[in-house]
Design a binder for this molecule. Structure first.
Ligand code: ADE
Length: 287
């Protein structure tokens, strides 16, 4: 059995997407049920201990399963505000978020990883998407939806795994659609004409809320299909799950490597988001 509380701040979190409901191979030391003004999180937050590669000292990592422990939440049902507020409240200032994506480009093959740098919002405005309402007015810049410093750490690590069969694309534009239905063929082709690289249903509002909460946020995409624009078979849930499962070992190594890298002393400022503090007037008020 594991503890139901953890006393130290936990600066780094991993959000697992479809096919990554848990992180086997890491030692779990606590399981947190955090309540927030925005309700309960998608899943309890698992606190894992990751040994620092330099000192061997355990570094705490928070892990949250976006779609619930048993994949029971559709993308439009994910309580993103509760998730981000809960993570912030336990000290999280850097989030690596994983997501299964469809590929909109021939060169991005199933099981390739993409570390995107841009987003196009095709959600329908039905998901609660901001902390700034009900008397608290605020605006944040969203020109660059991901944290480039965190992104660079992730890219460097991803490339170091390339010899082991990992293919990594250094940038890309994610189309975030509403779902839960997949796109029509006409939409899929339109997204390609817009310059979309990959498509998912999950980067928003997560990335917007991270900005508002001054959390450094980077998504890591794993391609699971060619959506429906491509000559190969149209996307199905089985296809997405199959590739995720087959590639879960690479995903786990990717995460382990990123955590190793982030645990290094030189990234202390980054994982405490020192470069973001004061960018919004939200400041520390959701902690
Ligand atoms: N997630 C994985 N594959 C997808 C696709 N083709 N469209 C939207 N979301 C996805």
């Amino acid at each position: 059995s594991v503890a139901d509380s953890y006393s130290d701040p936990i600066p780094i979190a991993v959000i697992g997407g479809t096919g990554l409901q848990s992180l086997p191979g890491f030692t779990q030391v606590a399981n947190l049920n955090v309540s927030t003004p925005w309700g309960a999180t998608s899943s309890p937050i698992a606190v894992l201990h990751h040994p620092s590669p330099t000192t061997g000292k355990p570094i705490p990592i928070a892990f949250l399963s976006r779609h619930g422990l048993h994949h029971e939440l559709a993308p439009h049902e994910v309580p993103a505000r509760a998730n981000m507020a809960a993570l912030r409240s336990i000290g999280v200032r850097a989030v690596i978020a994983f997501s299964a994506v469809g590929s909109l480009q021939e060169d991005i093959k199933p099981r390739d990883f993409v570390v995107p740098d841009q987003v196009i919002d095709r959600t329908k405005g039905i998901r609660p998407f901001t902390f700034f309402e009900g008397g608290m007015v605020g605006h944040v810049g969203f020109a660059d939806p991901f944290d480039s410093q965190l992104g660079d750490v992730v890219r460097k690590l991803g490339h170091s795994l390339e010899g082991d069969g990992v293919r990594l694309h250094d940038k890309g534009t994610i189309i975030c659609m509403e779902g839960p239905q997949f796109s029509t063929r006409a939409e899929s082709n339109m997204y390609r004409s817009w310059g979309g690289s990959v498509i998912n249903m999950s980067v928003l509002p997560e990335a917007k809320l991270a900005k508002e909460a001054e959390i450094a946020y980077q998504m890591v995409c794993m391609s699971t299909d060619y959506d429906c624009w491509h000559d190969s078979a149209d996307v199905t849930v089985e296809m997405v799950m199959g590739h995720m499962k087959a590639n879960s070992e690479n995903a786990r190594r990717f995460i382990g490597g990123v955590l190793d890298e982030l645990s290094k002393e030189e990234h202390t400022d980054l994982i405490h988001a020192k470069h973001l503090v004061g960018q919004t007037k939200f400041g520390g008020s959701i902690t």
